[in-house]
Design a protein around this ligand. Structure first.
Ligand code: PGA
Length: 262
């Protein structure tokens, strides 16, 4: 059975744009996309602002009926209680977040997030009806030692532990060496690992999940290379960092279909 997966272009703002800048950014992006070439049904656009922007952005999206999905960049493993500084998935769900990024390499690197913590966060997201965007990827050192797939496959296997077969998830393959470096993976490399990760989803959650789950590529995605990734059969979208902060650039990435010819 062939399942049409709606492409997903997700902007990870990281620690950029405060809540006032966020308003201007979202409005400008919405205007930039208001033309016939962007069909909201044919590509899903997601913005992932810092926590402190979420309420403001949610209000703006709801008030102006802007069809962007909203997501957070992280969440707590816990639902409530004495966890100073943490943010519960319950709070994110109340702010109409549909998604939450989990296991980004910057969390793994700077906050020592282990595969087990990532797995606990995936469970926390699912408990609150949030779609986890599960990030996996190898460092340059891993690539040299083990090749491209071994580390991301291992990370994804742990993250999917205990995930029900009918769960809605997104997987993002982000080679650490490609993030913010200007040196993206080649489309062939991305396709290879994304196809392997889809097989992992199939092994863990079954064929239906493998067919419907979107697997994104992330790492130095720009308007100039997005079409080459989107032509690959197992790349269903992109998780975009730096280029998601520039309105015209992000709008051009969202309009990749113009170049792919679909
Ligand atoms: P980049 O970041 O697009 O700036 O390389 C991607 C990411 O970290 O999600």
């Amino acid at each position: 059975m062939v399942v049409a997966r709606v492409p997903f272009i997700a902007g990870n703002w990281k620690m950029n744009l405060d809540h006032l800048q966020a308003v201007a950014f979202v409005q400008k992006l919405h205007w930039a996309l208001k033309d016939a070439k962007h069909d909201a049904a044919s590509v899903e656009v997601g913005v992932f602002p810092p926590y402190t922007d979420l309420r403001t952005v949610q209000t703006l999206l709801d008030a102006d009926k802007i069809p962007f999905a909203l997501g957070a960049q992280d969440l707590s493993t816990q639902d409530a209680g004495a966890y100073t500084g943490e943010i519960s998935g319950a709070f994110l769900a109340k702010l109409h977040c549909g998604y939450v990024i989990i296991g980004h390499s910057e969390r793994r690197q700077y906050h020592a997030e282990s595969d087990d913590v990532v797995a606990a966060k995936v469970q926390a997201a699912l408990r609150h009806g949030l779609v986890p965007v599960i990030c996996v990827g190898e460092t340059a050192e891993d690539l040299e030692k083990f090749g491209a797939s071994a580390v991301p496959v291992g990370q994804l296997e742990v993250a999917l532990e205990g995930v029900p077969a009918d769960a809605d998830i997104v997987v993002a393959y982000e080679p650490v060496w490609a993030i913010g470096s200007g040196q993206a993976a080649t489309p062939e490399q991305a396709q290879d690992v994304c196809a392997t990760l889809r097989r992992v989803v199939g092994d863990k959650l079954g064929a239906d999940a493998a067919a419907r789950t979107r697997v994104l590529y992330g790492g130095s995605v720009k308007s100039g290379n997005i079409a080459s990734f989107m032509r690959e059969p197992d790349v269903d979208g992109a998780l975009v960092g730096g280029a998601s902060l520039v309105v015209d650039e992000f709008a051009a990435i969202i309009r990749f279909q113009k170049h792919v010819g679909v």
